[in-house]
Design a protein around this ligand. Structure first.
Ligand code: URP
Ligand code: ZN
Ligand code: ZN
Length: 536
């Protein structure tokens, strides 16, 4: 054994010892997902090192892959090349035969969100992020919900919630009402707070829903600020009508949720949002694309040259609606989310659209509730809080469903789970790349290993899992977040407060050329008729 190999072995042993010591010390271990899980005394890092060398893996970026070493110092990738030689005092990880890739970025989460009369979703910024890290996601973008319509109050509330973060995060901000104050606050969000996207809910009538007038005002403002307009696309008025219809028919269980909001309502709202964005000439991002109907509207718009981004979420890609008909209420209720998980066939069509570039990146819409919270709707599906888990499962399920099936390449995998999100939200190549100078958010995935999902072993606080029992190939064996090894040997070592807020600048690549198409539009307008007042 040469001296480098010996060094690798001893460093690995040290790492394992440090990790198991952390696991056996109750004040220092990753706290159990359901007990005393919070922001104190939980997960003090023992396994991190400021210098890490990842040896001999296949380093994958969105446009290139090569066998190389990756050297990390103080949270930053310093070098990516074959045969990097290093001195002592460095943690060495052997990645031979494995893929070294940028940590996942989840563009769509709801941690610690007050929603549908429920105090908050079950995962906060610590437990949700711990789950994310165990699944290979190292950054997420959550949605700030305004407080009483105020973006500032909402932002401040989320700043507080996120103090316990164990990984990097950013924010989108929802717009739920319109007046001059909101319009001014949008400017403050973009120019001072690091926000470059705003979300408009076209559903949830009476709670978050906005009308077309507000959409138009909001889209215009987004465009002027270089911020991306995002929509939850379902026709909320028609959903309200559909819900009444189901109740009148005596359908009160979870299946009523799916029946009350069919895919046509998602298609209609997606088409409407796309046309209004085209009218304003601003880019549009459609969140949680769940149906063929919505996907086809996006495909059509993109084909015509419109800048529309489509985000499927893991639940829509890999599940069908059969669970909603389960005879056990808790089992059925766990699948309730909006737009609903669709009948078999939509899932495969969304996968195909993702592999062909019609849809661009995968989120989770992680919005977890436990069975007690879900049981609020035991007599009426309208009261079941909408939302499912996924932040921990996304990287594994996308690998297994898309790469193992041969639908996409490993580089495509990096693009749809990380790089594209970084580009859209204008933080590439700081995030979404294994390049010298990028943040050291890295995963090592073993394609020959396998995973199994269960609520008994997951790290989310929720007591159910919509992917219960699912097995597949490809396992994230190591997660490095901000230069710290946080997941190795199936052990998590996470530190509350170690995650950083990532400011996202406006005017991403999606805004390139908007001024030119505006000018073309103006010059294309037929000249107004010259009219003369009659002298009679
Ligand atoms: O059911 C869902 N999707 N819950 C989260 C809120 C939203 O619509 O994104
Ligand atoms: Zn939504
Ligand atoms: Zn959502």
């Amino acid at each position: 054994m040469d001296s480098l190999a010996l060094h690798c072995l001893s460093a690995l042993l040290l790492l394992i010892i440090a990790t198991s010591a952390a696991a056996s010390d109750p004040t220092n271990q990753f706290c159990d997902a359901r007990i005393g899980y919070g922001d104190s005394g939980c997960g003090v890092s023992g396994a991190s090192s400021s210098k890490i060398l990842i040896k001999g893996g296949t380093v994958v970026n969105a446009h290139h892959q090569e066998i190389a070493d990756v050297y990390v110092e103080d949270g930053i990738i310093v070098a990516v090349r074959p045969n990097i030689k290093v001195g002592d005092d460095i943690t060495v990880l052997d990645a031979t035969g494995k893929f070294v890739m940028p940590g996942g970025i989840d563009p769509h989460t709801h941690l610690e969100m007050e929603f549908m009369g429920i105090d908050q979703t079950i995962d906060d910024f610590f437990s949700g992020q711990a789950a994310a890290l165990a699944g290979g996601t190292t950054m997420h973008i959550d949605f700030v919900i305004p407080v009483g319509g105020s973006l500032t109050a909402g932002f401040e509330a989320y700043e507080k919630k996120a103090k316990k973060s164990a990984m990097d995060y950013g924010f989108h901000v929802a717009i739920t009402k319109w007046d001059d104050t909101v319009s001014k606050e949008m400017e403050i969000m973009v120019n001072e707070k690091g926000i470059n996207s705003f979300k408009f809910f076209m559903a949830y009538k009476g709670i978050l829903m906005v009308n077309d007038e507000l959409l138009l005002e909001g889209f215009k403002k987004c465009k002027s600020l270089g911020a991306l307009a995002m929509v939850h696309a379902e026709n909320g008025d028609a959903v309200f009508e559909g819900q009444k219809r189901m109740i009148e028919l005596g359908i009160t269980g979870p299946e009523g949720h799916a029946l009350s909001r069919p895919a046509v309502l998602e298609g209609e709202a997606t088409a409407r949002a796309i046309r209004l964005a085209a009218f304003v000439n601003t880019p549009l991002y459609v969140v949680h694309v769940m149906s063929i109907d919505a996907m086809e509207e996006i495909a059509k718009a993109r084909k015509s040259g419109q800048k529309v981004i489509g985000e499927p979420v893991v639940s829509g890609l890999v599940l069908d609606d059969s669970g909603l008909w389960d005879t056990d209420f808790v089992t059925a209720a766990k699948y309730v989310m909006s737009p609903p998980i669709r009948a078999a066939g939509h899932d495969k069509a969304l996968q195909a659209a993702l592999s062909r570039g019609i849809l661009q990146l995968v989120g989770t819409d992680h919005c977890a509730f436990n069975s007690t919270q879900k049981s609020l709707g035991i007599d009426d599906f309208r009261k079941i809080p909408n939302g499912v888990n996924g932040i921990e499962e996304r990287m594994h399920l996308v690998w297994d469903t898309m790469v193992e099936s041969g639908q996409i390449s490993v580089s495509d995998y990096v693009r749809i789970t990380s790089t594209e999100c970084a580009r859209i939200f204008n933080i590439y190549p700081r995030k979404g790349a294994i390049l010298a100078g990028s943040d050291a958010d890295i995963i090592i995935l073993n394609p020959n290993s396998s995973f199994e999902i269960s609520a008994n072993t997951h790290h989310s606080r929720t007591d159910t899992n919509i992917y219960e029992g699912r097995r597949g190939k490809g396992k994230v064996e190591v997660t490095i977040a901000g230069g710290r090894i946080v997941w190795v040997n199936n052990e998590l070592t996470v530190t509350p407060g170690s995650g950083k807020y990532v400011k996202m600048p406006p005017f991403s690549y999606l805004f390139e050329g908007i001024d030119k198409t505006d000018a073309i539009y103006l010059s294309s307008l037929r000249a107004p008729a010259k009219r003369y007042r009659s002298t009679e």
